[in-house]
Design a binder for this molecule. Structure first.
Ligand code: SF4
Length: 468
């Protein structure tokens, strides 16, 4: 199935695309299935089993709450983050939930939400939903897999789409794109054959699904949502949820930077502080369960907004930012992310953090090179450098929370992306390691990585940092 830029950038909630957004979509999909196949009235209770990484780090990543909200009919892009706590409190107090907001069924987490250490066969992030009648007989069962970046597939490997109604002008997914590509080499070949940039190739393909005006409207909505996450992150103080009581730092950092602007004149690297700020603000907002854009995952949600803010706030002269530049940035990042989605993985549970922050760094590097006037070859080179120096990066979230090392790691990913773009722009696009080769290497490295380094919190920092 072809992947759209809007499959890679989705407005949702934190803290995790694979452990929060995907399970919410799966829960709602199962409830929709019950509604269509049986009628909700036939259902007396629902049981959910979480497998593998969803079991190991699910509570810290909000998977337990996400499946309940999904069964209750909520969607990650529409739920008001402020309504989550009251909705969960109501389910816990009543020992029941309203399937699709309509039909009350028995539900206590102790009895109906089961954590299984083993993994299901298709992917480490497996879920199995069961619906039972009043005699305890099984009426229906479904397996789903949250395969990274909020993408969900069923047991047959078929993509499960969020049940949101199609947006105006959306023709649905299908074949027949004007400029199809699955690899970096194919994207370059499309650019060479047509004279289009990667952003223009992507824009033409998007028009298979929606009008050019609708593409622009949705891209600007993504940009506004990213900017909103930075703003809210910079305005929020206090501590993040969880037993580590991690202090939110973005507000204090913004205060420091804004209150001494003259310091920037003496320190040519003060721009790095601002990029760090943008990334940390988004990832603190994500860790707090707030509204962010999956880009291409929630754990890595800060990298692309940080580099895009760098472009908007710091670039001057020939490549001065404007709305066209923002659209080109997101389209180029989407074109690169699509290649990773098609050939590798966006899941920390499958390939470690190289598949999350590593991919976001690669996407941001290529996108920045594009809006700085890079050729398709330089853009491909920037994306390749952005991944090459993230190869082997493990996923070891302390306490199973998307906080340490995730928040700072996004800041590091953003800075690395800016450097990758600059290195590529100083060259002529000719280089030894292709983007396709580095993606293949990333996937092989992820397959060789021990599972304790793949979003299980059983290795790395997760076992060497003591929770308070
Ligand atoms: S370490 Fe990386 S992959 Fe793991 S949860 Fe954090 S951001 Fe995601």
């Amino acid at each position: 199935m072809p992947v759209s830029v809007f499959d890679l950038f989705k407005i949702g909630i934190g803290p995790s695309s694979s452990h929060t957004v995907g399970p919410m979509i799966a829960g709602r999909q199962f409830a929709c299935h019950l509604q269509d196949a049986l009628g909700l009235q036939a259902v007396h209770s629902v049981t959910v089993e979480l497998f593998g990484s969803l079991s190991a780090t699910g509570v810290g990543h909000g998977t337990d709450k996400a499946v309940l909200l999904g069964l209750a009919g909520h969607e990650p892009d529409r739920i008001d983050p402020d309504q989550i706590a009251p909705a969960i409190a109501d389910i816990r107090a009543s020992g029941s939930l309203l399937l699709m907001g309509q039909h009350r069924v028995a539900f206590t987490e102790k009895e109906h939400l089961l954590f299984r250490r083993k993994s299901l066969p298709l992917h480490p992030n497996g879920m199995c939903f069961h619906a039972l009648d009043s005699a305890g007989a099984e009426l229906a069962t479904r397996e789903y897999y949250s395969v990274g970046g909020g993408f969900v597939v069923d047991a047959a490997g078929e993509r499960v789409l969020n049940h949101a109604p199609a947006l105006p002008g959306t023709a649905g997914h299908g074949q027949g794109l004007p400029h199809p590509f699955r690899t970096g080499a194919e994207l370059l070949a499309q650019c060479q054959a047509t004279g289009l940039s990667p952003a223009q190739v992507m824009a033409a393909n998007e028009q298979h699904w929606r009008s050019s005006a609708e593409v622009r409207r949705q891209l600007m909505a993504i940009w506004q949502a990213m900017a909103g996450a930075v703003r809210r992150g910079c305005a929020s103080t206090g501590h993040l949820p969880g037993p580590m009581h991690v202090r939110r730092r973005a507000a204090e950092l913004q205060h420091q930077l804004s209150s001494a602007p003259e310091a920037a004149l003496r320190d040519p690297l003060s721009m790095l502080d601002w990029v760090n700020l943008y990334a940390m603000a988004v990832n603190e907002e994500n860790a707090a369960g707030g509204r962010v854009v999956t880009a291409p995952t929630n754990g890595a949600a800060g990298v692309i907004p940080a580099v895009l803010h760098y472009y908007v706030n710091f670039i001057q002269g020939t490549h001065k930012p404007n709305e066209d530049g923002i659209a080109d940035f997101l389209l180029t990042a989407g074109a690169i992310g699509l290649i990773y989605k098609e050939n590798a993985s966006l899941s920390g549970a499958e390939v470690g953090c190289q598949g999350e922050v590593g991919v976001a760094c690669s996407m941001a590097a290529g996108a920045l090179a594009a809006v700085m006037g890079g050729t398709p070859e330089q853009i491909e080179n920037a994306a390749e450098i952005g991944m090459e120096h993230n190869l082997g990066m493990t996923c070891d979230p302390v306490g199973g929370l998307v906080q340490i090392p995730c928040i700072e790691r996004n800041a590091m990913g953003a800075i690395k992306a800016i450097n990758a773009a600059r290195m590529a722009l100083r060259g002529d696009g000719q280089h030894v390691v292709s983007l396709d080769k580095v993606i293949k290497t990333m996937m092989q490295t992820g397959a060789d990585m021990k599972s304790k380094y793949k979003e299980t919190s059983r290795g790395g920092l997760a076992v060497n940092v003591v929770e308070c």
